[in-house]
Design a protein around this ligand. Structure first.
Ligand code: ATP
Length: 354
């Protein structure tokens, strides 16, 4: 009997490698996750779906008509990246990732930013003091996709409307308070001095939710000031809660603090319905596709977040420990100054697993 047959627990995973470096990093992610799971007699039943730009090229759409009912039948979704030079960015993103996020109502996007010993960053201070998580609203706000374009040429008008609901705002801010460490509190990211409708409501909701968590300090910070302070004093952040656009931008800044976009992981969650999609923060990286140099760590750590979501905390910790150990030895792909290929770095991480 093989290890999969002897498994005491099994999880059904929908794998969507997607475009660009997505398949390269997800392949190494799966190898690493399977190895880590095997040591705990846990099996992953993975089904792969080749949706994305190539699918679009053949069928004129990024995924089939029944895709949303397919994805919802799994325990979790493991996703690579979306986007290619052949398909317009907005067509690709709105044809694949956004419909899944919206259909499954994955309203929480969790993006941890924890620096690794051994990886050079721009900062001179000890990187270990950078330990924050960005909680980004994931289904509405600036990415509600409401608007239109009219007229052409010099008279053209484009309208892009943000949609903030009180319910949507409250549930993401509440999630941040529920997951914040009391000693370090929540930073609510706003811009109510300029956005006098959406962000004033965001501030009011922050105040109302905060009142229900009297032990958790809450700071309100304009997004521009937050961006500055993340660079100057990143150790002062712990749980940041932000709208869709602000959270998107600040989490790339956070990835910059880590030393590479290739190291950053994320989870898209609906905690009420136990739904989750897990993907590295980076995109399809067309500039390095096919070279075998993409950093697989963001994908591997997104897999660790997926295992935690599935209740496999010990395996998730094993994976994080192995990644930390390997990066701590100064190993890495070229984006972090190393000489490993994507698969060599994954090999090292697999070797380092307990
Ligand atoms: P997309 O439009 O799909 O988001 P993009 O090129 O605009 O793609 P990213 O894919 O996020 O944005 O890439 C931004 C930069 O970070 C690129 O220079 C890319 O090579 C680099 N990068 C992204 N992911 C990785 C990775 N896993 N390993 C190494 N470098 C990466």
């Amino acid at each position: 009997m093989g290890p999969a047959a002897m498994a005491s627990r099994r999880h059904r995973i929908c794998m969507i490698p997607g475009d660009g470096i997505g398949p390269e990093v997800v392949a190494q992610g799966v190898r690493t996750l399977e190895k880590a799971c095997a040591a705990h007699a846990v099996a992953l039943d993975i089904e792969e779906y080749e949706w994305g730009a190539k699918y679009y090229d053949r069928y004129g759409q990024m995924m089939p008509a029944d895709a949303l009912s397919v994805v919802e039948s799994f325990d979790a979704i493991y996703f690579g990246a979306v986007g290619s030079l052949e398909v317009a960015d907005h067509v690709a993103v709105w044809g694949l990732l956004m419909p899944i996020r919206k259909h499954l109502d994955l309203f929480v996007n969790v993006r941890p930013i924890r620096c690794f010993a051994g990886v050079k960053t721009m900062r001179t201070a000890s990187p270990q003091d950078v330990d924050m998580v960005i909680i980004r609203e994931n289904t509405e706000g600036e990415y509600a996709n409401v608007g239109g374009r009219m007229y052409q040429g010099e008279n053209e008008i484009a309208v892009q409307t943000s949609v903030f609901t009180r319910r949507g705002t409250a549930r993401i801010i509440d999630y941040a308070f529920r997951h914040a460490a009391p000693e370090r509190g929540v930073q609510s990211i706003t811009k109510s001095n300029a956005l006098a409708f959406s962000m004033t409501m965001w501030d009011e909701v922050t105040r109302d939710v905060s009142a229900r968590y009297p032990d958790i300090p809450c700071e309100r910070l304009h997004v521009d000031a937050a961006a500055y302070r993340m660079v100057i004093a990143p150790h002062t952040f712990h749980t940041m809660v932000a709208s869709n656009l602000f959270g998107d931008i600040l989490s790339d800044l956070g990835a910059g603090l880590l030393g590479s976009l290739g190291l950053a992981a994320s989870a898209n969650l609906n905690p009420d319905q136990s739904r989750g999609l897990f993907e590295p923060v980076h995109g399809s990286a067309p500039d390095i596709v096919g070279r075998g140099t993409a950093n697989p760590v963001g994908a591997i750590l997104s897999g660790a977040m997926m295992l935690e979501f599935l209740g496999e905390d010990e395996i998730a910790n094993d994976l994080r420990g192995a990644v930390g150990q390997v990066l701590g030895r100064g190993l890495g792909t070229p984006d972090i100054g190393g000489a490993c290929s994507t698969s060599e770095l994954a090999d090292e991480i697999i070797q380092a697993l307990r």
